[in-house]
Design a protein around this ligand. Structure first.
Ligand code: NAD
Ligand code: UD1
Length: 344
C-alpha cells in the first residue's frame, strides 16, 4: 500500500452487496474513502445512497463489472485508490452446482482481470473475501488456518482457485500485500436498522430465513437434519456479526499498510452455535415465534464448523466482540423496519 498517508481511497468491488456495504461504512468510520465498484447483479441500486446516509459522508459509486478491463482501468485512473477490497463474486452453492462455468468465469475470471488492472495501476494491496468453505468437511474443530483445504462444490472451488492464484502472484511479486480472509458465517446488520442482508428469492442461509419467518414473510423454517452428531442433533456453525467481520477488514488493511506479505486468516468468533440455539436466540430478540419442522439433511451439509480465531487476534489485534443476542437484535431491527429489504 502506498505510504502516502493522504490517499485513503479504497476500491471496494462488490461494495453494494451485503458484506461490502457494511465494509464501506466501517471504512468511512475509520477515515478511509471507499469507492464502490459493483455491477448490481445481486444488490439494490439504493445501497450506495444508504451507505452514504449511514456513514454521513458522500460515497463514490461506479456501476461496472470486474471482468471489464476498460471499466476497471477507468476507475483506477479516476480515483487512484491505494488498495482494493475484493468482495465481488457469486456465492450460491446450489447455483454453482448447476452453472459451474458461470462461477468460474465471474469469480475466477473476474479476479484475473482485477489483478491485471491493479498491476497496471501500480496498486499492490488486496484483501480478498475467502470462505470457511475452503476447509470442506473439517477433520477437527475448531479449525486453524493450517487445516487442509479441499473443495466440496464449484463455489468453494472458485475460492480455492483464487487463493491459489494469489499465492502464485505473491511468490512471483513479493512486493504485494495480500490477505485471504476466510469468513465463517456472517449474520446481523448495521445497528441503525437502515442496512442489512437483502437476499433475492428464497434465502439459502439460515439467519435471513429465520428473520423472514419471524416477520411473517414465510410460514415455517425447515431445519435440515435433527440427527447430526452434535449436542442437540442440529448443525453447528460459527455465526459472526457482520460489523465485527468488516472491522476485521479495516484491521487487515492497517496491517498491510505496514508492509507487504501474504496472509490467510480466519474471521470467526470461535464459538459454535446450533440451528435450534439460533432459533431460540432470535425468538428472544424479536419477541416473535419461529415455528419449524425438522426435515432431511441438506445435501452437501456438514455437522459442525467453527473457527480457531487465535491468528486474527495475534496478527490483527482484532477479535469479534458482538454476541449472539446482538446479532439477532440487529438482524431483527433491519428485518422488521424493512420487511421487503431495500424494496426493489
Ligand atoms: P453479495 O452477493 O451480497 O455481494 C456480492 C456483490 O458482488 C453483489 O453486490 C454483486 O452485485 C457483486 N458482483 C458479483 N459479481 C460481480 C461482478 N462480476 N462485477 C461486479 N460486481 C459483482 O454477497 P456477500 O454476502 O456480501 O459476500 C461478499 C463476498 O464474501 C463474496 O465473495 C462471497 O463469496 C464472500 N463470502 C460470503 C459469505 C456469506 O455468508 N455471506 C461467506 C463467506 C464468503
Ligand atoms: C453455506 C454454504 C457455504 C457458505 C456459507 C456462507 C451450503 C451447502 N454451504 O454454509 O458454502 O460458505 O453458507 O455463505 O450452502 N439450515 C437450516 N435451514 C435453512 C437453512 C440452513 O436448517 O433453511 C442449517 C444448515 O443445515 C446449517 C446451518 O443452518 O446447519 C447454517 O446454514 P447456512 O446459513 O446455509 O450456512 P452453511 O451451511 O454454513
Amino acid at each position: 500500500m502506498s505510504p502516502n498517508a493522504t490517499n485513503r481511497k479504497v476500491l471496494v468491488t462488490g461494495g453494494a452487496g451485503y458484506i461490502g456495504s457494511h465494509a464501506c461504512v466501517a471504512l468511512c468510520d475509520a477515515g478511509y474513502q471507499p469507492v464502490i465498484y459493483d455491477n448490481l447483479c445481486n444488490a439494490s441500486r439504493h445501497v450506495p445512497a444508504r451507505i452514504a446516509e449511514v456513514a454521513g459522508v458522500p460515497v463514490d459509486f461506479v456501476q461496472g463489472d470486474i471482468r471489464d478491463a476498460d471499466g476497471l482501468r477507468g476507475v483506477f485512473r479516476e480515483f487512484e485508490p491505494c488498495a482494493v477490497i475484493h468482495f465481488a463474486g457469486l456465492k450460491s452453492v446450489g447455483e454453482s452446482v448447476r452453472e459451474p462455468g458461470r462461477y468460474q468465469d465471474n469469480n475466477v475470471g473476474g479476479t484475473h482481470v482485477l489483478l491485471r488492472s491493479m498491476d497496471e495501476a501500480g496498486v499492490r494491496t488486496l484483501v480478498f473475501s475467502s470462505s470457511a468453505t475452503v476447509y470442506g468437511d473439517p477433520d477437527v474443530v475448531p479449525i486453524t488456518e493450517s487445516a487442509p483445504v479441499r473443495t466440496t462444490n464449484p463455489y468453494g472451488q472458485t475460492k480455492l482457485d483464487i487463493e491459489c492464484l494469489l499465492g502464485e502472484l505473491y511468490e512471483a511479486s513479493p512486493d504485494w500485500g495480500i490477505a485471504c480472509l476466510r469468513y465463517f458465517n456472517p449474520v446481523g446488520a448495521h445497528p441503525g436498522g437502515r442496512m442489512g442482508e437483502d437476499p433475492s428469492g428464497i434465502p439459502n442461509n439460515l439467519m435471513p430465513f429465520i428473520a423472514q419467518v419471524a416477520v411473517g414473510r414465510r410460514e415455517r423454517l425447515q431445519v435440515f437434519g435433527g440427527d447430526w452428531p452434535t449436542p442437540d442433533g442440529t448443525g453447528v456453525r460459527d455465526y459472526i456479526h457482520v460489523m465485527d467481520l468488516v472491522e476485521g477488514h479495516v484491521a487487515m488493511l492497517r496491517l498491510l499498510e505496514r508492509g507487504p506479505g501474504l496472509h490467510h486468516i480466519n474471521l470467526g468468533t470461535g464459538r459454535g452455535v446450533s440451528v435450534l440455539e439460533l432459533v431460540r436466540a432470535f425468538e428472544a430478540a424479536s419477541g416473535r415465534s419461529v415455528p419449524y419442522d425438522i426435515v432431511a439433511r441438506r445435501p452437501g451439509d456438514i455437522a459442525e464448523c467453527w473457527a480457531d480465531p487465535t491468528l486474527a487476534r495475534s496478527r490483527l489485534g482484532w477479535r469479534a466482540s458482538r454476541d449472539l443476542a446482538e446479532m439477532c437484535a440487529d438482524a431483527w431491527r433491519w428485518q422488521h423496519l424493512n420487511p421487503q429489504g431495500y424494496g426493489d
